[in-house]
Design a protein around this ligand. Sequence first.
Ligand code: MTE
Ligand code: MO
Length: 347
Amino acid sequence: MKKKMRVMSEKPLNAETPVERLRSWITGNEVFFDRNQGQIPEEPVDLRDWKLVVEGEVDTALTIDFDEICRMPKAIVSNTLECSGNGRSLLQEKSRGNPWTIGGVGNAVWAGVWLRDVLNRAGLTERARHVAFEGFEKSLGSAQIRFIRSIPLQKAMESTLLAYEMNGEFLPVKHGFPLRALALGWTGANCVKWLSRITVLEKPYEGFFMDKVYRVFQKGQDSKTGEIVAEIGLKSIITQPRNDEALPPGSIAVLGAAYAGEGSVAAVEVSVDGGNSWKEASFLGPHEPFAWRQWQYIWEVEERGDYSVMARATDADGNRQPMQAQWNVLGYGNNGVREHAITVTIE
Ligand SMILES: Nc1nc2c(c(=O)[nH]1)N[C@H]1C(S)=C(S)[C@@H](COP(=O)(O)O)O[C@H]1N2
Ligand SMILES: [Mo]
């Protein structure tokens, strides 16, 4: 099976999963997409040197070592992680950033401790509203800006995991060893790797990675007034056939995955005529909270020619994926049906 990542930059490492490897419910650790702002640690940190500091708007600041984390109640959850910029290169109008196609997403089974258990240990003051995470990796660039991101307290207490395992192994170094945040159903930017410090705040953390990037804004608008990227949007991707593939007439298995952030995918439909008519796809494999669903549609086709194949997802609340994505300067959240259409030639 193909293992080669599509590398967009080496330093920092930004690489997407080959499409063939998005066809199973679990995305293997070795092909899980890589998204980094700073330098991936060269070696796994010595666990004797690592600790997690919890401070800020808490009754008692804590310093927790790895053994202590592992002794806390263990939670196991599936979660689909997607980079906010995934699909950027498929937008109709160009935008700034890594040229992701569809492989800036993956699904894994993660194990760790609930953030709420850690925060409850420290005790929250009545001023507590947001929770900031800091990664310990070396920054890149002359400005030496640390990767610090905050999320609202409600998300932190409801459905945020501090994960130390990914698909049954300790986190690979690239994916945040020994501990990372996982705001379930939210984009990767909210899931800080190489976690070393949690600071409870009265308001969102202010800094480069909060105010200049990971905001949805338009040309001429101050980035800081744009919305902060949070939940992953409702979206479907086609993983087979490949875009521009030529196939003989007959029975063609169209495969894909669909995901809905904190929501649940209820249906996926496929169109082979540019969106004029739609047929329901069937689901394959597990259906778990926060995780994508794999689907297939058997397309019977006899007539030769070029076909535009599209997939659109509907969630459990009846929301339907938009036909076209909402463009923004940094190209976040591309979940447009048209942007993700593929062309198949029957010859
Ligand atoms: N410490 C740290 N955490 C980070 C980042 C980073 O650069 N540094 N990148 C974030 C972004 S933008 C994404 S999409 C995810 C990617 O996680 P992965 O590389 O494990 O797939 O990590 C997030 N957490
Ligand atoms: Mo990201």
